[in-house]
Write a protein that binds this ligand. Structure first.
Ligand code: GLN
Length: 224
């Protein structure tokens, strides 16, 4: 029998990969470790996990994944970046900046809450979303970045103490916490939610990469 479950890629360079696989299994999806451009084929969605953005960023170049991931996203592919993954999706990062993919029009500040010792758990602020979709979301922050200056196409879905911690631009999500470390699967579920309306939302909003400094750029040859 063929396996008809949706396949979700998890960037497999470094970071919290297995826990995302476990969350996806619980939702009836199948995880695939992404380590080469071919691994992006036929994905239902892609996750850039938390970890160390410096290491992951270098690995993206080494595995020749920068441009293929940008193309995957610009073709309408769904992406979730968690913590270090959110940094990589942002238009530019600060505080020991790393080159970013520039796929969400927002700035990220690395380690904005301090060191590993300053990791904490908090719940989503009430009143951010009108339909209560994200109320009571448990957010685990581990050396989390801070997101700021969202562009006009970016929706802030969740805030904690007033700060944006989950944002969305079309089918791309970035969160500064670790949804794979709790039993609350709402965010993985939202990623899997394949609404064609959302895909068409994105059209015309994607000529972003050329405008943003500090990133890998759209096609600059790298490495080697
Ligand atoms: N502090 C890490 C970085 O800047 C991110 C931490 C995480 O992903 N939990 O890359």
């Amino acid at each position: 029998m063929t396996d008809s479950r949706p396949i979700v890629g998890v960037l497999g360079i470094q970071g919290d990969i297995e826990k995302h696989f476990a969350a996806l299994e619980r939702l009836g999806a199948r995880g695939r470790r992404v380590l080469s451009p071919r691994d992006l084929e036929n994905l239902h969605a892609l996750i850039l996990p938390g970890g160390e953005s410096t290491t992951i960023s270098k690995g993206l170049v080494r595995h020749e994944l920068v441009k293929p991931i940008q193309q995957y996203a610009l073709a309408g592919g769904a992406i979730l970046g968690t913590c270090a993954g959110a940094i990589l999706l942002s238009r530019v990062s600060s505080n020991h900046p790393v080159p970013t993919l520039g796929l969400i029009d927002i700035e990220s500040e690395r380690n904005a809450y301090g060191t590993q010792l300053d990791s904490f758990v908090a719940y989503s602020d009430a009143d951010v979303d009108s339909d209560d979709r994200w109320s009571g979301l448990e957010c685990v922050f581990i050396r989390a970045p801070r997101l700021s200056k969202p562009g006009p196409d970016v929706e802030v879905l969740v805030r904690v103490e007033g700060e944006p911690v989950l944002v969305r631009q079309g089918r791309r999500f970035a969160c500064t916490f670790h949804p794979e470390l709790t039993d609350d699967l709402r965010l993985h579920e939202a990623l899997l939610d394949d609404s064609p309306a959302r895909r068409s939302d994105l059209r015309g909003r994607d000529r972003l990469l050329d405008r943003w400094p500090g990133g890998f750029g759209p096609s600059r040859p790298r490495g080697r």
